[in-house]
Design a protein around this ligand. Structure first.
Ligand code: TXA
Ligand code: MG
Length: 329
């Protein structure tokens, strides 16, 4: 089958209320027709995601904004002009065309124009809006390859479009433009610095943390292994201490740091630039799981540019553990 045949098949599946996992430049999405509440409810069921946790709606271009939101403020026009298609999501006031199932009951909707050519083609041919969270089980690490999606969701999706590994590797940056001042809800593929430069004003942090604010949920972005964050100079000592305590230790090893030869765990090098690090982050975390590490020792990167998104995901991965997970010895 040619690629266009596959995309036509995906469009047909979406049109009859099915679920299609598709590549974006950030992570793979689990897509359904955003205007079909039954299909949207299936996304929540397949992911095991709480129904009040809103989804991102993907559209083909910024020209579609007026179709899906009640008003398009100048800041949205400017950010869309500069950063779409791309890893930026804008929260705006929902048009009644977006069902409340998508927004978890909120009067706002999160919209994004993805840059991946397969996502673009899918959206253009479908002609509507595609609601899609990351295509993983709720709380686990987002998928950056089609294989990750198959590993996580198996037969629960009707089709997986394979567009190769995702370029950016971490989710989109989410900016809330529905209030009086723009707020950064989630750091991601577009740096805060670039957004502030475009807007000419600083981005507010979200006021009260709630599970509705993206990624605020403690179960987000976690591998199976426990993640322990330490200052870079303590990485080796902490890895050895945990190994001595009987743990199967994974280490995200920064450049220039070496472990003693008798270290029996799994050391994976931190990629050399923030771009590469973001690109590899979720694959690295999955690798530690695949090799049965029960704990991962890591340090945070500098929090500038993409480093803010990487640090955010590592912190959440190190956050409160799921029920049944091991606690620190
Ligand atoms: O890069 C991405 O954004 C990927 C790809 C597939 O586009 N999608 C993604 O979706 O990361 P998901 O569902 O894993 O995360 C979406 C986040 C959620 O944490 C949710 O709370 C937030 O977006 N969100 C959605 N609608 C919102 C709204 N109306 N107000 C505030 N936050 C919202
Ligand atoms: Mg997600």
């Amino acid at each position: 089958m040619t690629d266009t045949d596959l995309i036509d098949e995906a469009v047909a599946i979406l049109a009859r209320g099915g679920l299609v996992a598709f590549p974006t430049e950030t992570v793979y999405g689990l897509g359904a027709d955003a205007q079909n509440p039954v299909a949207v409810r299936r996304i929540f069921a397949v992911k095991g995601r709480p129904a009040q946790h809103p989804l991102i709606v993907h559209v083909a271009s910024a020209a579609e904004l007026p179709r899906w939101v009640t008003d398009v403020p100048p800041a949205a026009v400017e950010l869309a002009r500069r950063f779409w298609p791309g890893p930026l999501t804008l929260v705006l006031h929902r048009s009644p065309r977006i069902p409340l199932e998508v927004t978890g009951g909120l009067e706002t909707v999160a919209l994004r124009v993805p840059a991946h050519p397969v996502a673009q083609e899918l959206l253009r041919r479908f002609g509507g809006a595609i609601a899609a969270p990351s295509a993983n089980r709720f709380g686990s690490v987002s998928p950056t390859t089609a294989q990750h999606v198959r590993d996580d969701l198996g037969d629960a999706v009707d089709m997986v479009l394979d567009g190769g590994p995702c370029d950016v590797g971490v989710e989109s940056t989410i900016v809330d433009l529905s209030g009086p001042e723009p707020a950064l809800l989630r750091p991601g593929g577009i740096a805060r610095e670039a957004l502030q430069h475009a807007l000419g004003v600083p981005l507010r942090q979200p006021s009260a943390p709630s599970v509705r604010a993206p990624g605020q949920h403690p179960l987000h972005y976690a591998p199976r292994a426990q993640v322990i964050l330490v200052e870079p100079p303590r990485i080796v000592a902490e890895a050895l201490r945990l190994e001595q305590a009987g743990r199967h230790v994974g280490v995200l090893l920064p450049p220039g740091v070496t472990l003693p030869e008798n270290f029996g765990g799994v050391a994976l090098p931190v990629p050399l630039s923030l771009e590469l690090y973001a690109h590899e982050l979720y694959s690295l975390l999955r690798d530690f799981d695949r090799r049965n590490c029960d704990v991962i020792v890591a340090a945070l990167p500098p929090e500038e540019g993409l480093g803010a998104a990487i640090a955010d995901r590592l912190r959440r991965a190190a956050g409160p553990r799921r029920r049944g997970a091991r606690s620190r010895p």
